[in-house]
Design a binder for this molecule. Structure first.
Ligand code: MG
Length: 422
């Protein structure tokens, strides 16, 4: 795999210092952005401490997930015993090449990684921020989130607790793809469609990084802005797609040998920007995302079948009487046919062909079709001159239904039968 990376960072127009930090380690194909927070110099120390710990851990062969956990430990350790640094924390979004044609992303906080693929920008990470969680829960619209006064509140960061949930994602990459890692100074100032437009039109990664930072400042520069751009120049086409799972939560050996060393077992084929198990909540959400379309399809199919079952009619027999059934012969998924209308026509009075048709329920269609078939049967039954005269008289009164057109016809039929009879 061959990658080309570039970066730009700026403190912006409002902040007194730059608390962002970033990493480009070409040798290990490791790239990261950290956005520190905390009073005095806390934020600056936190982000740089996390980046350095990440780099050192990956250099030692630590898998990305564990390397980020170590970065968390490092920030906590650095803060302990220094009153000025108490309470500092940092986001960390790190990208490392794995298996020749995939990237593994480890992510905590509200910095972001994007993938530009065939001219379209895809957000590869979920923000761990209050407003983004409200958006994901459907309690805020994305538009409301953009202007929300609390959009800077992060819900996950390094340096807060001894344990940290790390989101891991793998993305498949192709030649021509481009990854943009950035702090929220970019995304709170510049709309995604503008980021996309710049990323699509500026071929040079360094100029793109600078253009994005400039765009953030042009929009107000309210925060520090940091951008790392990684262009995919070559992928390892020899990397096969049929290998055993490697990047579960712990991604053993992923980080070290990622780019250069071939012995690294390649990754299982993962859908673009598939989500790895970073935490229980994530995996559940992932499962729902996978299951939801399936459930929707099943639901739609069930509804369609139900509709079909309840909107179909057929002419059949109930005992010796011809009846119109609502439903499908034999029933569908628990919707059993029900008698919609009794006709008073004796099955035994029908010519053989019609009798067979009725007894095998082979006449199906709309309600109107069923009714017109019944009328033909009525004529057929009377013309066979079998003993049907008494039955039609009793049936309409006992089994009368409110469907008026048929009731009318039922009443008339016995008279015609009589007149035609003997
Ligand atoms: Mg920031």
């Amino acid at each position: 795999m061959k990658l080309a990376a570039a970066s730009a960072t700026d403190q912006g127009l409002v902040r007194a210092n730059n608390e962002d930090a970033f990493l480009i380690d070409d040798q290990r194909a490791l790239f990261a952005v950290a956005d520190g927070m905390g009073g005095h110099r806390g934020g600056e120390v936190a982000s740089h401490t996390a980046i350095e710990a990440l780099r050192a851990a990956v250099a030692n062969g630590t898998p990305l997930h564990d390397a980020i956990t170590r970065a968390n430990d490092a920030v906590l350790a650095r803060a302990a015993g220094d009153d000025e640094l108490t309470g500092m924390g940092t986001t960390l979004t790190a990208v490392v090449a794995v298996g020749g044609r995939q990237l593994l992303i480890g992510h905590v906080g509200d910095s972001r990684a994007y993938l530009l693929h065939e001219g379209t920008l895809h957000r590869a990470t979920d923000d761990h921020s209050l407003v983004e969680e409200l958006v994901r829960e459907g309690r805020l619209t994305p538009e409301q989130a953009e202007a929300h006064p609390q959009r800077a509140i992060v819900t996950r960061a390094l340096g807060v607790d001894t344990s940290v949930d790390v989101d891991l994602y793998t993305i498949d990459i192709e030649v021509g793809d481009r990854v943009v890692i950035c702090s929220d100074g970019l995304t709170t100032m510049v709309r995604e469609r503008d980021i996309e437009r710049l990323a699509r039109t500026e071929p040079d990664p360094q100029r793109l990084a600078e253009a994005l930072v400039s765009a953030a400042n042009a929009a107000g520069g309210e925060d520090n802005t940091t951008v790392v751009v990684v262009d995919v120049l070559e992928v390892d086409t020899a990397a096969s797609a049929d290998h055993t799972a490697l990047i579960p939560e712990q991604a053993p050996g992923v980080a070290t040998s990622a780019v250069i060393a071939p012995p690294d077992p390649p990754e299982p084929p993962a859908p673009r920007a598939s989500r790895q198990r970073g935490s229980r909540g994530r995996s559940v959400r992932g499962a729902i995302l996978v299951l939801l379309p399936l459930l929707l399809i099943i639901g739609a199919a069930t509804a369609a079948l139900g509709w079909y079952a309840r909107s179909s009619y057929f002419v059949g027999a109930s005992g010796n009487e011809v009846v119109i059934y609502k439903g499908v012969p034999g029933g569908v998924l628990g919707w059993n046919p029900t008698v919609d209308e009794r006709t008073g026509i004796a099955v035994s009075a029908l010519p053989t062909l019609d009798r067979d048709r009725v007894q095998t329920n082979s006449s199906r269609g709309s309600h109107a079709t069923a009714q017109s078939y019944v009328e033909r049967l009525r004529v057929a039954a009377t013309s066979t001159t079998t003993t049907t005269t008494t039955k039609p008289k009793t049936t309409p009164t006992t089994k009368k239904r409110s469907t008026t057109p048929t009731t009318k016809k039922r009443v008339t039929t016995p008279t015609t039968a009589k007149s035609k009879g003997p």
